[in-house]
Design a protein around this ligand. Sequence first.
Ligand SMILES: [Zn+2]
Ligand SMILES: [Zn+2]
Length: 317
Amino acid sequence: MINAKNDAITQENVSNAGRSSRRSQPFVAVPPGSERIDLHCHSRCSDGALHPHELLLRAENMQIDVLAITDHDSIAGYQAAQRVLAEQRAARVVLIPGVEISTRWEGFEIHILGWNFDPEAPRLTALLTAQANKRRERSVAIHGKLLKQGIPAEDLPDPHQQPRDAVLTRLHFAEALVKARHCKDIQSAFDRYLGRGQCAYVASQWCSVEEAVEAIRASGGVAGLAHPLAYGLSNKWLRRLLVELKACGAEALEAVSSQQAPWQRQWLLELANEYGFYVSMGSDFHAPGKYRELGRNLKYQSEVAPVWTQWSKVENG
Ligand SMILES: [Zn+2]
Ligand SMILES: [Zn+2]
């Protein structure tokens, strides 16, 4: 069992902001009985390898029932996939609007997932535009630092030539450095140039956790914490984050993911239960490869309520 008593923060500090319904109907209804569900993956509109339509096709092949494309600070991938689906008569996949917002919290970069919002809601679009501008400024700064290191401009992606709805991440720079043989692999590109404290590192100025959660909620969506164990937070800091997330209205915890040890899944499910979060489930699929795959190892077996149950309650008429 998890004992919260030793922590400075206890359940008493936890507000009741979560698990409240703000609208009677979800933006997209999830058919009851849907089992193959993946609420976290990336397309080429952020740092994924596949075009949105390829991602959809892959989801079909993997027999996914419900998919959320959650690109970093962008819904362009979702929108492109939605246009493809709209042209199909009998699509199997139910596509949920999704996004993964980068935030700053106590010096950590924390990723907030948002689902089933109104993709045209001005509050969220304004936040994503601001995030995209920050990302663009950051990529211009990284680009400048790499040039100063003697990397030729033709070996790098040009941040000034990016389409408005495309996202340029550090991974794109790393890939370019590997391709032009300045580094042997992605990891050494981060170790030598792009990682924190290295010569081409630029700290990001993302929005706060509260701003991300509020924008998602104000747009009719549900916000949740992505990959809670990926931030290097101690137990105490993770609990502190959960309390703050709950207080500002986040409702879900990504407790079930493709690559995790059974004890990790169990522990996250217990935390979700303890703090009153719905459970989310996703692969964080980026590219075809040996490890992550859409829907892989995602079978929901828990008493804690999954986040999608509230999306099946569609009123008639
Ligand atoms: Zn993430
Ligand atoms: Zn992700």
